[in-house]
Design a protein around this ligand. Structure first.
Ligand code: NDP
Length: 322
């Protein structure tokens, strides 16, 4: 089968197409024909070496596809079922093996590109909003990269819960998309974000900041929080945040700082089905419109990564292997 194979760490150029053996389906796994693979920022961290990974490897964690083979010990799935997954290495390929424990049935009416990019970013938005800082109606929260994959989903899920959302974005086009997703106030990074947020919250600051940008926004985020507010640092699109002196949390007003990750929020099948069910339900009833902002042939995975890291993308991105 054709797959993207990474044999050395580096820039997008290391994403090259190779003919590799189809993966073997283990007893607790599904072999899936990949209809669409989600492209996520975390894929760039593995590719560059920011996160560790043995070489060579087939990138991609997320996808949607059709079951081609069912492992001997698997119950509840059949050949021909449509499934999606958020954390099975090797999605940038024509076929992937997915542990049945993390495969989720895809509801009818949700197309492959949407399903392939709904879970990783959507369940992240879900846990940030329900578990990391459970935002309440009337709360005001700040989120950066408001027109990105996570940003658009987080905004819509928050608005659906009557939370007031302030976002930051880098361009007019992104500002328009963020507003269309329901953001009440959209700021640019070169605005005086701290002063604007203070004035939009009668001097109080926001209840939580959901920050997936990292190095370039971290200090601003801390200064935007209200007393006892929550700083949820969930990514590093602009680079990792340097070490932090805990005393800053005291000075900022007894702040809470957390660095959450999806894997710790889908630890049981029950939790996975709850979060994925809520995301698919929100899409199904139209509370969330998932924007697939870029569709790339498998062989152009390098272009997808260049666009993502170059801040040229909006919404979610998928690779189409066939
Ligand atoms: P996005 O679609 O949000 O793309 C990243 C965006 O970050 C860009 O479009 C850009 O938006 C903004 N950005 C700001 N500064 C930079 C920079 N220097 N370089 C590149 N981008 C920059 O990506 P995702 O939705 O896939 O992911 C968003 C974040 O969420 C990432 O940090 C990712 O690692 C994290 N994440 C974390 C998870 C977790 O469980 N912890 C799970 C899923 C994602 P703009 O131009 O508007 O600034």
């Amino acid at each position: 089968m054709r797959a993207i194979q990474v044999t050395e760490l580096g820039g997008p150029d290391v994403l090259t197409v190779a003919e590799v053996p189809a993966p073997a389906c283990g007893p607790a796994e599904l072999l899936v024909d990949v209809d669409a693979a989600g492209v996520n920022y975390i894929d760039t961290y593995f590719r560059s070496g920011l996160y560790g990974r043995d070489l060579p490897y087939v990138p991609g964690l997320e996808g949607c596809g059709t079951v081609a083979e069912v492992g001997a010990e698997v119950a509840g799935f059949a050949v021909g079922d449509r499934v999606a997954w958020a954390d099975a290495p090797g999605s940038y390929a024509e076929q992937a093996v997915v542990p049945a424990a993390i495969a989720v049935p895809v509801p009818d009416g949700i197309d492959a590109a949407v399903a392939a990019s709904a879970l990783l970013q959507g369940m992240t938005a879900h846990y940030l909003l329900t578990s990391t800082y459970p935002a309440r109606p009337g709360d005001t929260v700040l989120m950066h990269a408001g027109a990105g994959g996570v940003g658009l989903l987080l905004t819509q899920l928050a608005v659906d819960r009557d939370v007031r959302v302030i976002t930051t974005v880098s361009t007019d086009e992104k500002a328009e998309l963020s507003r269309a997703a329901g953001a009440h106030e959209v700021l640019r990074y070169d605005d005086d974000v701290v002063a604007r947020v203070r004035s939009l919250t009668a001097g109080e600051g926001v209840a939580a900041v959901y920050d997936g940008v990292g190095a370039s926004t971290f200090d601003i985020s801390l200064q935007c929080l209200r007393v006892r507010g929550t700083m949820a640092l969930f990514g590093a699109a602009s680079g990792p945040v340097p070490p932090v002196d805990p005393q800053r949390l005291n000075a900022g007003g007894s702040l809470f700082l957390t660095r959450p990750t999806l894997a710790h929020h889908v630890r049981t099948r029950e939790e996975l089905l709850w979060r994925s069910g809520d995301v698919f339900d929100a899409i199904g009833r139209g509370a969330v419109q998932l924007r697939v902002g870029g569709r790339y042939p498998l062989a152009e995975a390098d272009r997808a990564h260049r666009d993502l890291e170059g801040r040229r993308t909006t919404g979610s991105l998928v690779l189409l292997p066939r």
